[in-house]
Ligand binder design. Structure first.
Ligand SMILES: [Fe+2]
Length: 134
């Protein structure tokens, strides 16, 4: 079973954001299966790097929309993005240096961060954007 099952209840009602969230969920699921299947460091390292770079692309997209539509919670929301990117890069670095093994704790951290962020922070952003009739 996948670590995260996407459902419409996670929709923020903005297509471009939803599609990117679905892709992020898939990537976290891919990381989870790679770990369960005991894939090697090279494969897992690549999956982590892909996840880092897609996360950055996705956050930049949300931040562009926030700026474009003068979202009042921009700084707070961006600060959360920056913190997560910092944490994920830290995980990537220590994994590649062999200081960390990929664990259920790390996967669960990613899962809960993503789902809480989507369910609360991004939904607020989505409602705002919809109200601006995006
Ligand atoms: Fe966000």
């Amino acid at each position: 079973m996948a670590l995260i099952e996407w459902s419409d209840e996670y929709s923020v009602k903005v297509n471009s954001i939803d599609n990117q969230h679905i892709k992020l969920v898939e990537m976290v699921n891919t990381l989870h299966s790679a770990m369960k299947e005991g894939k090697g460091k090279e494969v897992i390292g690549k999956v982590i790097s892909d996840l880092v770079s897609y996360t950055e692309t996705h956050f930049a997209h949300e931040e562009d929309l926030m700026k474009k539509h003068s979202y009042p919670e921009y700084s707070k929301h961006k600060a959360m993005h920056d913190e997560l990117v910092g944490q994920v890069k830290e995980i990537e670095k220590s994994y590649k240096e062999g200081k960390t093994v990929l664990s259920h704790d790390i996967l669960n951290f990613l899962k809960s961060w993503l789902m809480v962020h989507i369910g609360e922070t991004d939904k607020r952003l989505g409602s705002y954007l919809v109200s601006k009739s995006l």
